[in-house]
Design a protein. Structure first.
Length: 501
């Protein structure tokens, strides 16, 4: 007998519904449903060229710096204008601070809350998990909130505020960080690094960097009590004990954005698409959105982002079940995020893990938990290299007509903005967020999106409390507010968990 579970989900930075079919305790099919429509692109049509710098950062309150940066990059690309070294480093530092807070808050505030589910109450690690991860009260939850709040002060110093700062503009930045400002940023970053090394890792960044495979990781956990009891050590032990390393395998295709700080503008290098274990060079012309199962007009809303619009369909269609489109790269679904980033970077630990058993919910979270180490080292170098005697801004003459794009690796994966100007006004604007890639519905060939595919094969012990479904879905660190925005019916409710047969 097939049991169908309709599961409204929170802790996904917005609202989401997941529908799964369960046979004999195993998920056999899945549908990820974006429940609301995002109309930001439509709001921009007819506005001035610079209005996207103000409006698109409001897409999200978690990764607003990412949207601001990409909006500015799209205009710089349109104008064919490079950006000076100082401005690029300041932008990257602000983006890095945003990634630090996002990664760690997701893991310990959003994801780990499922580890205190009553279904695990009989497990020996359960009481310690509650002590650490209980929402609002757990020791790890509290320290994470405090530490990440402090690191965001870096963005406030450089950009005036966080979130929704406006200091990034075509040609550079509007602020002029002084030597005193940079010293304060270095102090805040140093404090965060001490917390991350002492509490999260239980060792130095250099010790973690030396781990190249799963065996060395297990030896690290068992080698010292401080490693075993660190947040990293306990999270791994808990995740393995609860089976998170055996669920969540998807298509094994991954997409990452070009490297912003090391790229040559106005064209970008780096980034890549991994399919079948082979890393291919990134080429944005291979991106296309498909809408057979998304609630948009098929004729006008399918294709490359510069050639498609966002036109919701007014007619009910049983095949169209999500407000998320289905972006594809070279016709293939693609997972994006810290794991994809690590694989494109040819990180030996994650390369060995994927080769041995494919991706899992635990592997994705481990990539997110270790990424701050690399970000910290990069930010320290950029803060040292900024020359306050050099300019932070170079004027840019925006043409009245033309098209441009901006692409970066945001906290949750590849983020892209595409813009078309006509007579100095926005004629076309399209945004593809990381969550739209991961939470996409089936495409025109009825191929499941990455999360839908990852759910298939997931064991569910209790359909009335399908916590395992939550593990897999949340391992992608969704930000539904980036993907969808306006509820279609005033006062509508997502409802409660529904189970049918």
């Amino acid at each position: 007998m097939t049991t169908t579970v309709y599961m409204p989900m929170n802790r996904v930075e917005g609202d989401l519904e997941v529908k799964v079919a369960i046979d004999d305790g195993i998920v056999t099919d899945a549908w990820v449903i974006g429940t609301m429509y995002r109309g930001v692109e439509a709001m921009l049509i007819g506005r001035g060229a610079l209005d996207g710098l103000v409006i698109t950062p409001r897409i999200c309150g978690i990764c607003s710096t990412s949207h601001l940066l990409v909006a500015a990059m799209a205009l710089e690309n349109l104008a064919g204008s490079p950006v000076g070294t100082n401005a690029r480093m300041v932008r990257s530092i602000a983006l890095g601070a945003e990634k630090l807070q996002s990664d760690l808050r997701h893991i310990f505030l959003m994801f780990a809350a499922d580890l205190v589910s009553s279904g695990y109450a009989q497990h020996p690690l359960y009481l310690e998990a509650v002590r650490r991860y209980q929402p609002f009260k757990g020791s790890t939850v509290v320290t994470t909130i405090l530490a990440t709040r402090k690191v965001l002060e870096i963005t406030a110093i450089l950009g005036g505020q966080w979130p929704h700062s406006s200091f990034i503009v075509p040609g550079g930045i509007t602020s002029q960080p002084s030597k005193a400002d940079l010293r304060q940023c270095r102090m805040l970053l140093s404090e965060f690094r001490r917390w991350y090394e002492r509490t999260v890792l239980g060792c130095s960044l250099e010790r973690i960097e030396a781990i190249k495979n799963s065996m060395q990781l297990e030896e690290w956990i068992s080698g010292k009590e401080v490693h075993r009891d660190s947040e990293l050590g306990f999270f791994l032990r808990c995740g393995q004990a609860f089976g998170l390393d055996t669920m969540g395998r998807s298509h094994e295709s991954y997409l990452t954005a070009p490297d912003y700080i090391g790229a040559n503008e106005p064209g970008w290098g780096g980034g890549g698409f991994i399919d079948g274990g082979v890393l291919q060079p990134f080429d944005q012309v291979r991106i296309a959105e498909q809408v057979k199962h998304a609630k948009y007009h098929t004729r006008s809303s399918s294709g490359h982002p510069l050639a498609t619009d966002t036109h919701p369909t007014e007619q009910a269609d049983a095949h169209k079940y999500s407000w998320c489109k289905a972006p594809r790269y070279n016709g293939r679904p693609a997972e994006t995020g810290p794991l994809a980033e690590a694989l494109a970077r040819k990180d030996p630990l994650f390369g060995q893990m994927i080769a041995a058993g494919g991706a899992s919910a635990l592997t994705r979270e481990l990539a997110r938990l270790l990424r701050p180490g690399r970000i910290l080292l990069d930010m320290e170098q950029w803060l040292r290299n900024i020359d306050t005697d050099q300019p932070y801004y170079h004027p840019v003459d925006l043409p009245l007509d033309g098209a441009g794009m901006g692409l970066i690796e945001a906290p949750r994966g590849i983020l892209g903005h595409w813009i078309q100007l006509s007579g100095g006004y926005i004629d076309h604007y399209q945004v593809i967020t990381p969550t739209t890639w991961n939470a996409s519905p089936r495409d025109d060939q009825d191929v499941r999106g990455p999360i839908e595919e990852a759910l298939v094969g997931t064991p569910v012990r209790n359909p009335a409390d399908p916590v395992e479904v939550g593990h897999v879905v949340r391992s992608f660190d969704l930000c539904m507010v980036c993907s969808v925005h306006a509820v279609s019916k005033k006062g509508a409710s997502l409802g409660r968990l529904r189970i049918g047969t």
